[in-house]
Write a protein that binds this ligand. Structure first.
Ligand code: AMP
Length: 477
């Protein structure tokens, strides 16, 4: 946390009130750095892991803009568009907007795959101030004419690195092409891989740059460990660990990562069969089933959750004190995301990785990324000295094959996108809603100050000119 307080930041009164109610007094480092530049209307490129408070870092200034610039969105129109890699993260982001924006009269909605389009289409009809979306469903609905993106003036990409990992780069570009150029754009990513920099260069305009943790740095408060173990013993060690935890840490939650959907399902089944209450969350489950499981986990009704990477991306549950990498991830970045599920909001936590002979190369990649060696955990019955020796020898080892039990990139069903895959033709370069129809309804916007509670900003006067004043030609009708 920082020396600044929320009360000292020029955020509108309704937001301050919501923050007070939530009990947040001090901004996290990313919030302290990002909020002032975003309030100035600048674009932002932020490198920050989950758990740093990045959602409020973009939600608070966005809500402040709405509080100070109330106007009705046009029919099917969207004012602020937030893209997330998964449905779970979309839900988390929406919950944050609802929490911090509870005293601002706003219309907000979500679109993502795996559930019926109808209620989403209905919510879009009236227009939305804030839309949180995954890319596939958003493009489907846009192509069908249910969304008008021509009045988006705030465009936020959350966990952009993950979206690229999942292969959504082309979708992102299509969406960006359908949004007016004169907008404020924010890009959040846990890592700054070269592809992210390239994407940022093409989407952002002279952005402020904030790096909260150097690339790949793992949260300091997480106690990490690696168990060298034969593949066939992994389940037994997991059971040992969970059994002893059941006695000592009854109310704490454990999150287990499996590389495959089947692995996750079977592991949860096995744990239940021996009396450890567990469930799984993966891309083969329907959205409502995933949400239900997640809610039960949050409430502690299910103390153990087995998840795949994609499904776990949006998990923001405070009381997870143990993360176990039952399988090491194929992509080392995922390690940082996985273990970041514990030690949320400044709490401490433990992350244990099981490393079999086949996974030595993966562990080396992780250690290269986090720039340190993961301490070896030997205090268990299955310690495999030979695997540790191989790891430490530095001898060449092959990475396991992606296909054989590894999870296909993006194959976790993050979005459950309906319809056939889009070919190159699609709407690329020619968005239906017409990029050059920017702010087509500016006169109607000025007429509709429907948000009654929104105008009461702390500074008194609304600040309509602040954001992108130089770039946004028609933002102040
Ligand atoms: P995020 O990185 O956005 O996923 O946030 C991580 C967690 O930190 C969430 O549970 C937030 O509710 C919580 N959080 C965010 N900002 C603050 C703050 N300033 N003070 C305390 N908790 C916070």
């Amino acid at each position: 946390m920082t020396d600044t307080t929320f009360a000292s930041l020029p955020l509108a009164a309704p937001i301050q009130r919501a923050l007070e109610e939530k009990g947040y007094t001090t901004p996290s480092p990313i919030q302290a750095k990002a909020i002032p530049v975003l309030l100035e209307g600048r674009d932002l490129l932020a490198c920050a892991q989950t758990g740093t408070g990045k959602t409020a870092a973009f939600a608070l200034p966005t809500l402040d803009y709405f509080a100070n610039n109330p106007r009705k969105p046009f029919r099917r129109g969207v004012r602020c568009l937030i893209l997330t890699p998964t449905r779970e993260l979309a839900v988390q982001v929406m919950q944050s907007f609802e929490t911090y924006g509870k005293y601002i009269n706003l219309r907000m909605g979500m679109v993502f795959g795996g559930v019926s389009e109808k209620p989403q289409i209905k919510s879009l009809y009236q227009g939305l101030d804030v839309l949180v979306a995954t890319t596939g469903r958003l493009l489907d609905l846009h192509q069908q004419g249910h969304i008008d993106l021509s009045q988006v003036d705030t465009f936020i990409l959350d966990e952009a690195d993950r979206m690229l990992d999942m292969g959504f780069i082309r979708d992102i570009r299509k969406i960006a092409a359908a949004i007016p150029q004169s907008r404020q754009t924010l890009l959040f990513s846990a890592t700054m891989a070269p592809e992210i920099t390239k994407l940022a260069n093409s989407l952002l305009n002279d952005p402020a740059e904030i790096r909260i943790a150097p690339q790949g740095t793992t949260a300091e408060k997480i106690e990490q460990g690696v168990c060298f173990i034969d593949k066939g013993n992994k389940q037994k060690l997991l059971i040992d660990l969970l059994e002893s935890r059941k006695q000592e840490h009854q109310t704490e939650l454990s999150l287990i990562f499996s590389r495959t959907k089947h692995g996750a399902k079977n592991l949860a089944k096995k744990l239940n069969s021996i009396g450890i209450k567990a469930d799984s969350i993966h891309g083969n489950k329907s959205q409502s089933a995933r949400q239900k499981t997640l809610d039960q986990f949050k409430q502690g009704q299910i103390p153990v959750l087995v998840a795949t990477d994609v499904a776990a991306r949006g998990i923001d549950v405070k009381n997870i004190t143990l993360v176990i990498n039952f399988d090491l991830p194929m992509e080392s970045d995922a390690y940082v995301h996985r273990i970041g599920r514990t030690a949320r909001a400044g709490e401490s936590g433990r992350a244990l990785s099981f490393c079999s002979l086949e996974e030595v190369a993966l562990l080396r990649e992780v250690e290269k990324l986090i720039k340190k060696q993961v301490p070896v955990e030997r205090k268990h019955r299955y310690h495999a000295e030979a695997i540790q020796a191989l790891h430490e020898s530095g001898a060449r080892v092959e990475k396991p094959k992606q296909g054989g039990g590894g999870q296909r990139r993006g194959g976790g069903g993050g979005q459950g996108r309906s319809g056939p895959p889009r070919g190159k033709g699609g709407n690329q370069g020619g968005p239906r809603s017409g990029g050059n129809r920017n702010f087509r309804g500016k006169s109607s916007g000025s007429a509709s100050n429907s948000s009654n509670s929104a105008g009461s900003n702390s500074g008194g006067n609304p600040r309509p000119q602040r954001r992108n004043a130089g770039r946004r030609k028609t933002s102040n009708p």
